[in-house]
Design a protein around this ligand. Structure first.
Ligand SMILES: [Zn+2]
Ligand SMILES: [Zn+2]
Length: 375
């Protein structure tokens, strides 16, 4: 193995090369030496060399080992037989620890939790206070999280003397190597519990259904997250609790649409209302308000109801409500309506008011209003 060329040299790279550079160099050289393409005498061995270098350098863990120790034959580790699996496992434990070097007695923060909550459209607008039940892991009360029967304490592990780590000395081609791994006697905790707490069976933790009050502020929108500090899972050895994240899903509304702080809705108008003008009632989030439709309103016109939108989550005031009017062409007309429309058309086919004699218009328009009202 000693006569092997340096992997970086093989790929014509510097030691700190980026993953991208490694990939590029490999592609270039693999193409150059591929036995299908290159019939040179040493092409195949070159190709193998390039591939081996790439296999190691493109794998972060293997590259880490290579950078520190150079060429290593995995079969020479772990006292193993032919296969590399066990040997490599030990090397990885050695360098990447699997948490083995962490102080087993250090406080550890609890996990964060996420809860998805679906709320009604108007609940998002106005906010609400609600209670939810979440399952979470908490410290066991009787043993105060120690896992030991109340009145007793966990004892330091005699094998690792409380460190949670075991040192295994191995002889390798590079000399003696000290392999640290999690203590098998105490599973890396550094403690042995002789008398286990009967409530948590030594785990120090129990699953609980916890009721939590959640206050949803007015103005939240789809996908909003609310963080409840310390309402996640319990910490270990005095560590703080994790947090609870509430992710909001907002149901749609049959009449209102929402875009940020603005509300959108659509209302139908009869032909007469649009042509002659009218005052109509529009539902808003809180009440019904009157909206004046001017004569000659075209279909798809928007009217704005200022301040009738959603309360702003940050800052003051509300968004607006936008009302889109759609003119519905009547499909079945009475004889009187037909007659009036013909008279109306006879005025010049124009919907504008005031071009002919005012008196004549008033009477036709009044009759039309009556005839088409409530269409
Ligand atoms: Zn131990
Ligand atoms: Zn307990």
């Amino acid at each position: 193995m000693a006569d092997k060329r340096d992997f970086y040299e093989v790929l014509e790279l510097e030691k700190g090369a980026s993953a991208e550079d490694i990939k590029k160099a490999y592609r270039k050289l693999a193409r150059q030496y591929h036995p299908d393409v290159n019939k040179g005498a040493d092409a195949e061995s070159k190709f193998k060399e390039v591939k081996e270098a790439y296999d190691t350098l493109s794998d972060d863990q293997k590259r880490g080992i290579y950078d520190q120790y150079g060429h290593v034959d995995p079969n020479q580790f772990g006292g193993g037989g032919g296969q590399d699996a066990g040997g490599f496992g030990d090397i990885f434990d050695m360098f990447f620890g699997g948490g083995g070097r962490r102080d087993p007695n250090a406080p550890q923060r609890g996990n964060d939790l996420q809860y998805t909550m679906t709320i009604e459209f108007k609940e998002a607008v106005f906010g609400k206070e609600t209670e939810i039940t979440i399952p979470r892991t908490e410290n066991c009360d009787p043993c105060n999280g120690s896992g030991a029967k109340p009145g007793t304490k966990p004892e330091n592990c005699s094998v690792c003397r409380g460190t949670g780590q075991q040192e295994v000395v191995q002889n390798t081609p590079f000399g003696r190597m000290v392999n640290r791994r999690a203590c098998t006697n105490c599973s890396g905790t550094g403690k042995i519990i002789k008398d286990k707490c009967s409530n948590c069976h030594g785990a120090g933790k129990v699953k609980k259904q916890r009721r939590i009050t959640v206050r949803i502020p007015a103005g939240v929108d789809e996908g909003a997250q609310i963080r409840l500090n310390g309402e996640g899972e319990g910490g270990t050895r005095g560590g703080p609790n994790g947090d609870l994240y509430i992710v909001l899903r907002v149901k749609s509304h049959e009449f209102f649409d929402r875009e940020n702080d603005d509300i959108y809705c659509e209302v139908p108008l009869t032909f007469a209302q649009a042509a002659l003008g009218d005052e109509i009632e529009i539902p808003t989030l809180t009440e019904k308000v009157k909206l004046k439709i001017p004569a000659g309103t075209q279909t798809s016109t928007y009217f704005r109801l200022k301040g009738k939108g959603v309360p702003k989550l940050r800052g003051y005031g509300n968004g607006d409500q936008h009302v889109k009017v759609t003119i519905v062409t009547p499909t079945s007309l009475t004889d009187e309506q037909k007659d009036l429309l013909r008279q109306f058309g006879g005025l010049g086919g124009s919907t504008s008011v005031g071009t002919d004699s005012e008196e004549h218009h008033e009477s036709i328009f009044d009759r039309m209003k009556k005839a088409f009202r409530g269409d």
